[in-house]
Design a protein. Structure first.
Length: 134
């Protein structure tokens, strides 16, 4: 029996997971990254793709990296944005005079994003709710 695939004994699901594990770092490297000044903070962000914007806000003790799979999935059809919230990841500085909704508004304005959908996990959900209610 001749094998048509270099890994004939692996299931299709495993092949997909294996391929995504190899491709994910390359896909995520296409993202634009940088810092936005918000008060005395330098807020780190990652942005990728084009289309209707989706903002991802991470959980506590996490950073933008927790959304790498979502960036790979959504960026072909959406502008995907993630920020390291104050006190997390690569965001630098301390500014106790700004509320989180102020930080998010400054960041979105700096990226020329007037409207977006939000996805949050734990702390990120609280921040998205505060922003929506402000």
């Amino acid at each position: 029996m001749k094998a048509d695939h270099p890994y004939p004994r692996l299931s299709n699901s495993f092949r997909y997971i294996f391929a995504m594990t190899l491709l994910l770092p390359a896909l995520c490297s296409l993202a634009q990254t940088g810092y936005i000044t918000a008060g005395r903070l330098q807020v780190y962000y990652k942005k990728q793709g084009s289309g209707a914007p989706i903002v991802f806000l991470h959980a506590g003790y996490q950073d933008v990296g927790m959304w790498d799979n979502q960036f790979a999935y959504f960026s072909p059809h959406h502008t995907v944005i993630a920020f390291d919230l104050p006190g997390h990841g690569n965001t630098k500085g301390v500014d106790s005079t700004l509320l989180v909704q102020d930080v998010l508004r400054i960041c979105l304005d700096s990226l020329h994003i007037p409207q977006a959908s939000f996805v949050g996990l734990s702390l990120g959900t609280v921040c998205a709710t505060d922003f929506a209610l402000a």
